[in-house]
Design a protein around this ligand. Structure first.
Ligand code: SF4
Length: 371
């Protein structure tokens, strides 16, 4: 199996300083993203789901390097054999931490890791290289009302990235804008209008046309339909699926709405308080969620058939502040299965055989289990 990654985050962290008082002194850190590993393969849709404020958008912004991560790496187009070697090296580094420290981080393991990072990580790119690289990675924002400049004609909004990157001008530019408009279900007649003349769904189509203008490989869809009516949501999601097949796009689909994540995604990562707590294929995650947080999220999806009942596992309480995350398992303040050790030890994310786990821990398919 080809396990090369289009984009991959390893140990990604983003901490924002919190400032208070007249002198704006830094008092603490908001740990918005706190050690996230995430891999997106070419052509797939990866869902990132969690409650508002869990760090999903910050992960996306770090992936695209719209903001610089505090720590960790983002690798682009890393071949499978290099990924495997990198994992071996990370494993070796854990075993030889003392020796590597003694050599001032210049031991053979650290040196090989640095040389791989140099070739594939976005952090190693110069500002110019990064600007060129950004053509390949675009973002569609949540709010189509706020993400388009109200003073610009649609023609200029969609054509601006092409002009800035010097990819088209004059008649070529106009022709490409018409092509993009038609691609998202609009027409040349819409080019000389302002964003306020469009409905919410049409504005999101304009945002998508703008994101596709540079022919990206990766598109981050950050809650692309959450500001829209349900019927319009379905149209936009179907259009995104069609565009993905036509243009061979790769998506990171961010949402707090699990129904849309299920519809769109091949694989799903569940995020809680800056960390990924469960990852699986969409089918596995929704049929057999393992983490109590995932089970709580899924049980809150409304069931359209009143004759069907879903075992409710309501999520109690609120998510703690990322400036002061709980010790041990971050979910322990809301978990009904917590044990004393959950308040001290942070459980690692490990790979499990899902069917075997369920057979051992959920004999009757009940919800009564821990993480
Ligand atoms: Fe966290 Fe413990 Fe609950 Fe598992 S059982 S989710 S480790 S608090």
């Amino acid at each position: 199996m080809d396990d090369s990654a289009l984009i991959e985050a390893r140990g990604l962290r983003k901490h924002f300083p919190m400032r208070e008082g007249l002198l704006r002194r830094q008092t603490s850190w908001v740990r918005a993203v706190d050690g996230v590993d995430l891999c997106i393969r070419r052509g797939e849709t990866v869902g990132l789901v969690g409650e508002s404020g869990c760090g999903k958008t910050t992960v996306a912004r770090c992936l695209l390097h719209l903001i610089r991560p505090t720590a960790g790496h983002v690798y682009y187009r890393m071949p499978g054999e290099v990924r495997r070697r990198m994992k071996e090296l990370e494993h070796d580094l854990e075993g030889h931490e003392e020796a590597e420290k003694a050599s001032g981080g210049h031991g053979p393991v650290a040196a090989e890791m640095a040389s791989i990072s140099e070739r594939y990580s976005l952090e190693a790119m110069s500002a110019r290289q990064l600007r060129v690289q950004r053509r390949n990675m675009q973002m569609v924002f949540q709010d189509p009302y706020a993400s388009l400049n109200p003073r610009m004609l649609v023609k200029d909004l969609v054509g601006e990235p092409l002009l800035v990157h010097g990819m088209a001008r004059g008649e070529d530019l106009d022709a490409r804008v018409v092509e993009l408009m038609e691609m998202v279900g609009l027409s040349a007649d819409h080019m000389y209008r302002y964003p306020h003349e469009f409905s919410g769904g049409q504005r999101q189509r304009i945002g998508i046309a703008r994101a596709l203008s540079l022919r990206p490989e990766l598109v981050v869809l950050d809650e692309p339909t959450s500001a829209l009516d349900v019927s319009v949501q379905a149209q936009i999601l179907n259009m995104l699926n069609e565009l993905q097949s036509e243009l061979h796009l790769t998506y990171l689909f961010i949402s707090h709405d699990l129904s849309t994540v299920r519809y769109m995604s091949d694989r799903v990562h569940v995020m809680y308080l800056g960390k990924i707590v469960e990852s699986a294929t969409a089918a596995q995650l929704f049929e057999a969620p393992l983490h109590p947080y995932t089970r709580g999220l899924i049980s809150s999806i409304p069931v359209p058939d009143p004759s069907r009942r879903r075992g409710k596992v309501p999520l109690a309480g609120e998510m703690p502040s990322p400036s002061d995350p709980p010790r041990g398992c971050r979910f322990h303040t809301r978990c009904k299965h917590r044990m004393p050790r959950c308040e001290i030890e942070e459980p690692p994310l490990i790979e499990v055989a899902r069917d075997h786990f369920l057979a051992c821990h959920l004999p009757n398919g009940t919800d009564d289990h821990g993480a």
